[in-house]
Design a protein around this ligand. Structure first.
Ligand code: HEC
Length: 103
């Protein structure tokens, strides 16, 4: 197992093991910056506007914070973003606060 594989899979496991983000440790602004740099363009291409319709459409896929954390981890692994676990937590927190507003 090379270093890169190890980093990615441990990041993924960390998210699975800690599906909720400790509110006092996350940085929503940092999450927004990362999201806007790494994730937004593709969503804009497909959904137009600022791309956030993917998060607010009536048939959106993500229903809770746990699923959001897993989805962000998966997306960051599959795209070129390659976030660290704290980046994923920040991006998840930003999306939850700004768009998902889970009850
Ligand atoms: C190459 C294009 C592309 C990139 C880059 C991308 N996404 Fe997506 N994203 C999509 C598509 C397409 C969907 C809708 C998939 C579906 O409907 O199942 C989606 C859906 C999502 C959803 C679920 C929305 C819902 O239904 O509730 C989340 C969360 C998400 N993306 C987060 C991210 C994050 C975080 C990043 C950056 C690490 C990212 N995406 C990068 C294409 C992309």
């Amino acid at each position: 197992m090379n270093v890169r594989t190890f980093t990615l899979s441990s990041a993924f496991l960390a998210v699975l093991a800690a599906p909720t983000f400790a509110a006092d440790k996350v940085d929503v602004n940092a999450g927004k910056t990362l999201h806007d740099q790494q994730c937004k363009a593709c969503h804009v291409q497909r959904w137009g506007g600022d791309g956030s319709a993917v998060y607010t459409r009536p048939d959106r896929k993500i229903k809770d914070a746990k699923a959001l954390g897993q989805r962000v981890a998966m997306c960051s692994t599959q795209t070129s973003a390659k976030f660290f676990p704290e980046d994923e937590a920040n991006v998840s927190a930003y999306l939850a606060q700004q768009f998902y507003k889970f009850k």
